[in-house]
Design a protein around this ligand. Structure first.
Ligand SMILES: *[C@@H]1O[C@H](CO)[C@@H](O)[C@H](O)[C@H]1NC(C)=O
Length: 510
């Protein structure tokens, strides 16, 4: 069923002659004469070389307001918290996900509670159940933020005064063998995994109250000794191995990443496959006092430096989290600032309830939900009005990322031609980009200019076509699934909401 629309669409991947430039939208730029003004050059010559957008007509786009409804898009935005009790398994329901989708939510924090297995291997049934939940996400058009935890029990009163049992988590050899068992599941379900949080260690998988990987000291809290630190590092590396290289992991504290991989920031657009380039941060006490409750180290003026580090690091790796306490800084004003400073890609909509309620009452809930992560907008562009079949046409677009973070998981950018009248098509082999436009390079606050030439297949019937910009999922299993495509934050006639295509304009093929 889902492939129906593709019968009506010709997928033509734009080829060659692609230029890409980027500028900040914050700095005012002096107006230059329009590139489209120069007449006289022929663009009719087929083939990729010597094409320019000289004979194109300008395209204008309007922006969607950030205060309107949430614009749902994959791999970003608010998430729902969902715990999977593997001792009493029940699969994530379609009804639940339909509710989430209506709210504009596309992500779920999937906390797999593996408490029964703290001293033994994961059973076959449990492995099947974990896989079944990923299947549910796929069916529901959602993606998971994945975390494993050996204990999710609520602690009444102050956890600092609580006597935790020895089994806050599994001993190292057991824990490492659980990770090994899960590797196949990660691989088979990488399409619906947005990111994997390191988890495993400590009560709630939060890396703090841990009998095996920390030592409790009066007045100092719970900290790893040398051996425990080495064990933690080994666990991080084991997870890096078990999770496919195309996905990132997240660690709870900036200092934990800096200790492992150094204080230097990654360079945006640089290396994407090393362990360092695959490790993001989850701040689960966003806007709390005391350096977001220890997320940033408050001693020796480290906090300011770590915050600065995160603002830059977030241009390369995923940052996310939730609020954990209500105070005089959790309101809209500070929250709006901090989502940008910490480059949040997703936030919990279920916690902390009082904080979320305040955002709703003071009308910044939608603004925050629309700004976190990437938010792509068409600013302007140009497109030829006619093209001969078999020839190439030129398309230029200015794309702004008005969100606070980039897109992190790889996905293609393609151009589709859809016959407006007959809705019929022949299948055509797509010609790949050379070089490719990588939407991960659309940095927050910047406008990226792309220019592409599209080779019109000679078998295409003369007619009027919609020119569509499509950003489908990067996994073959989800590529044709509209729910996983990126819809741009534009008004007017850009949205084809059924297919989640972005209609750029029209061209007549002669
Ligand atoms: C989980 O934590 C609770 C609270 O500390 C404790 O009572 C329970 O025994 C723990 N479960 C395991 C398997 O340790």
């Amino acid at each position: 069923m889902k492939t129906n629309f593709f019968l009506f669409a010709l997928v033509v991947l734009a080829c060659c002659q692609l230029s890409l430039s980027q500028r900040s939208t914050k700095k005012p730029t002096t107006k230059k004469p329009s590139k489209t003004a120069k007449p006289g050059k022929s663009t009719e010559r087929p083939g990729p070389s010597k094409l320019s957008c000289d004979q194109s007509t300008p395209l204008k786009f309007s922006s969607l307001g950030t205060d309107k409804d949430l614009l749902a898009n994959p791999e970003r935005g608010y998430y729902h918290h969902h715990e999977i009790k593997l001792s009493k398994y029940s699969k994530l329901s379609d009804e639940e996900m339909k509710k989430w989708a209506k709210e504009g939510v596309t992500l779920a924090l999937m906390i797999f509670n593996i408490e029964p297995f703290v001293k033994k291997p994961l059973s076959d049934d449990t492995l099947k159940n974990i896989a079944a939940d990923f299947g549910a996400l796929r069916k529901g058009g959602m993606k998971g933020i994945v975390r494993f935890s050996y204990n999710q029990t609520d602690i009444k009163g102050d956890p600092d005064k609580y006597n935790f049992p020895k089994t806050t988590d599994a001993e190292k050899s057991q824990l490492l063998s659980h990770i090994k068992q899960l590797a196949t599941i990660f691989k088979d379900n990488v399409d619906v995994i947005n990111v994997v949080q390191i988890g495993f260690i400590g009560h709630w998988g939060e890396w703090y109250y841990s009998r095996n990987y920390a030592t409790e000291k009066k007045g100092e809290g719970w900290k790893p000794d040398k051996k425990q630190q080495a064990d933690r590092d080994e666990i991080v590396k084991a997870l890096m191995q078990a999770v496919p290289k195309s996905r990132m992991l997240q660690i709870r504290y900036p200092s934990a990443k800096m200790r492992l991989y150094g204080n230097e920031n990654l360079k945006p657009g640089g290396d994407r496959t090393s362990e360092r380039a695959r490790l993001g941060i989850h701040n689960d006490c966003f806007l709390a006092k005391g350096g977001d409750e220890g997320t940033f180290e408050t001693e020796n003026n480290k906090e300011a430096a770590q915050r600065k580090w995160l603002e830059q690091e977030g241009l390369s790796v995923m940052v996310s989290g939730e609020s954990c306490q209500k105070n005089d800084k959790t309101g809209c004003t500070e929250a709006k600032k901090q989502i940008e400073k910490q480059r949040f890609t997703y936030l919990n909509t279920d916690f902390k309830e009082t904080v979320i309620k305040e955002w709703r009452n003071d009308k910044c809930y939608n603004y925050i939900g629309n700004k976190i992560g990437y938010r792509f907008e068409l600013v302007k562009g140009s497109l030829q009005s006619t093209v001969k079949k078999g020839a190439s046409f030129c398309l230029s677009l200015d794309i702004k990322n008005s969100g606070v973070a980039p897109l992190y998981n790889e996905r293609p950018l393609e151009i589709i031609l859809r016959d407006q009248k007959t809705k019929q098509s022949k299948s055509v082999k797509p010609i790949p980009y050379q070089p490719k436009v990588d939407p991960r390079s659309f940095l927050p606050g910047k406008t990226t200019s792309i220019q592409v030439t599209v080779q019109v297949p000679s078998e295409l019937s003369p007619s009027q076509y919609d020119v569509i910009l499509n950003l489908p999922d990067g996994s073959p299993s989800l590529k044709d699934e509209p729910k996983y495509r990126i819809l741009f934050a534009n008004g007017g006639k850009v949205h084809d909401k059924v297919n989640r295509f972005n209609i750029i304009g029209q061209i007549t093929v002669q």
